[in-house]
Design a protein around this ligand. Sequence first.
Ligand code: TYM
Length: 336
Amino acid sequence: MENTPVERKKRVLSLIQPTAVPTLGNYLGALKNWKNMSEDYDCIYGVADLHALTIHPDPASLRKQSLEMFALMLSVGLDPEKNIVFFQSHVHTHSELAWILNCYTQFGEASRMTQFKEKSAKHAGNITVGLFDYPVLMAADILIYQADFVPVGADQKQHLELARDIADRFNTMRGNTFVLPEPFIGKVGAKISSLQDPTQKMSKSDPNPKASISLLDPPEVILKKFKSAVTDSEAVVRYADGKDGINNLMAIYSCCTGKSFEEIENEFAGKGYGDFKVAVAESVIEELRPVQDNFKRLIADKAYLNEVAKNGAQAATRISQRTLAKVQKKVGLYMP
Ligand code: TYM
C-alpha cells in the first residue's frame, strides 16, 4: 500500500444564474445532480452573478435573488463543510482568465452559439458584447478549477464543447495547462419542458407563470399548475414520439420517485391523465418540501450565509489562483 499514489478525487464544477427563483428544470437538470455528486467528488458550486449582468437586471432584484439562490443551493442539501459554494463575483480570477481566453477564442466559433442567437433575438434592443462573450466567461469558470465534470442540463452542452475547444487550443499553443472538462448530463431530467408548450424548455424567464414550477411555489400552486399542464388527446400514459407533454410529466415523475418509464406505464395503465397529473404534482411537492423548509430557515440567517460565502470565496480564490498564475506565465505576462 505504501507505494500507491494518493489519487486526487475528480473535481466537479457548476454554476447557476440568479436571474429568478430556479425552476423545477434547473433542479432536476442540475441542482439535484449537484447534490448527488457532492458526496463522491471534490465539488465547487457557484452563483453566476456576473453572467446575470448581460441582460441588465434591476440591481436591487439581482442582489436579493443572488442571496436567495445561494440559500437555495444550500437548501437542496449541499454541505458547505464538504463543498465549496461561492458567488462568482467574489472570486476575481474568473474575469481575469476570461480576458486571456477571449484572446484564444475565434469570433466565428463564439458566433455559432445557439443560446447567443436565441437571447439576441429575444433582447433585440440590447445585444451587448457581454452577451456575446458569456460562453468565454463560462469557459473560464470551468477551466480555472481544472474541473473534470460539469453537471448541467442539455441546453449547456454546446457551451461545454466550446470550453473544451478553447482549452484544447490553449494546450496545443502554450503546452498542457487545462484539464478538458466532460459534461455530466443526466439521462432523465436533462431537458424539462414548459408545462404549457412542451416543445420548449422550462425556463426561469418564461412570462407565463403556468409554464414553469418555481422551487418556492406552495403545494397548492404546484398542484394547480400540473392540473393545467398541456398533454394530448390519446389518454394513455406511455412514453412515445409526439407525446411531448406526457413524456415530460413522465420524466419529472421518474426523477422524483426513481421509477422507470415502464413502471410508470404499468402504474397508470387504464387510468386517465387526471390521476397521473395529481400523482406527478404530489411527487414534486414531496421532493421540494425539505428544500422549501431548509430555505425558510436559511434565508432568515444572513450572518450564516455571509460567513459561508466568505469561506467559499477564499477557498475558490486559493485554487483558481494557481491556474491563473500558470496561464499568466505561459502567455508571457511579466511577473516579478
Ligand atoms: P442557467 O442558470 O440557465 O441554468 C442552471 C442549470 O439548470 C439547467 N437547466 C435545465 N435543465 C433541465 N431542464 C431545463 N428546462 C433546464 N433549464 C435550465 C442548465 O442546463 C444549467 O445546468 N450558463 C449557465 C450558468 C453557468 C455555468 C458556468 C454552468 C455559468 N458558468 C460554468 C456550468 C459551468 C446558465 O445560464 O445556466
